[in-house]
Design a protein around this ligand. Structure first.
Ligand code: GLN
Length: 246
């Protein structure tokens, strides 16, 4: 068996250790004796590479990079990405990437960046003087029945429509908008989240959920993943719990 990970815009969309998600995914795939190929897909690359991906990943960025990437996404890659997401290809889209896949993102300067409209959500920054939503995030994921940890840093406030579900619920931190206690979203097998940190090394259950879905979709059968020793991963997560008195 083999899994191809499509890593979208690694040179532009990669903040607060987001590339750690690629490291965690490939490590956990290979530990199960499954081959893993990482396909980097950036501005000049052939959008057909998206179709070869069994898992998709895109990290976060600041507004300047977001504008460059968004233009390329809309002009060259949107139809490929939409097709894969609608066909249940698992993926994780962090912060700026998560915002793009919604209907629009209103920047701190009031500029509207049109999104791909794949996810039923929109994001607005309240303005340059607005409080940034920064700090450790502790959430409860109903899907995984688990407390997860991450780090957030964004001004955009995201509001979910009814065609997507919250990925998790905030126990500590701000999440989607600092008001409704939701964090991230899940649509088909795609996860959108504000959790940097990066999210997957500290929350191996999320990585394994993505890997299982990739195998299920590609090989059309349920593959039971061998249990790995997650002592270090759990220690990292426990450290975040204890700093935050959880
Ligand atoms: N520019 C976006 C915001 O601040 C995204 C930030 C990020 O991806 N870290 O809301």
């Amino acid at each position: 068996m083999k899994i191809n990970i499509g890593w979208l815009y690694p040179d532009l969309m990669n903040t607060y250790g987001d590339r750690g998600n690629i490291i965690a995914l490939s490590y956990r795939i290979k530990k199960r004796g499954i081959k893993c190929r990482i396909i980097k897909i950036s501005l000049k690359d052939d959008p057909n590479l998206i179709l070869q991906s069994d898992i998709l990943f895109m990290g976060g960025a600041q507004d300047t990079q977001q504008e460059i990437v968004n233009k390329d996404l809309i002009e060259n890659k949107a139809i490929f990405l939409k097709r894969k997401i609608e066909e249940y290809t698992p993926g994780i889209y962090v912060c700026g990437a998560y915002q793009f896949l919604g209907k629009y993102y209103k920047t701190a300067l009031g500029k509207i960046i049109k999104g791909l409209g794949i996810f039923d959500l929109y994001t607005e920054s309240p303005g340059i003087d607005a409080k940034r939503l920064i700090g450790d995030l502790i959430v409860e994921s109903k899907i995984l029945n688990k407390k997860l940890v991450g780090f957030e840093n964004h001004t955009g406030r995201t509001y979910l429509g009814k065609n997507v579900n919250p990925f998790s619920y905030v126990l500590k931190g701000f999440g989607n908008n600092g008001q409704d206690k939701t964090e991230g979203m899940i649509y088909k097998n795609s996860i959108g989240t504000y959790m940097h940190g990066p999210i997957l090394p500290k929350n191996p259950e999320v990585a394994d959920w993505i890997i299982s879905k990739a195998l299920e979709i590609k090989y059309k059968k349920t593959v039971k993943l061998k249990k790995l020793n997650d002592d270090l991963e759990n220690k990292a997560r426990d450290a975040v719990f204890s700093i935050n008195k959880f």
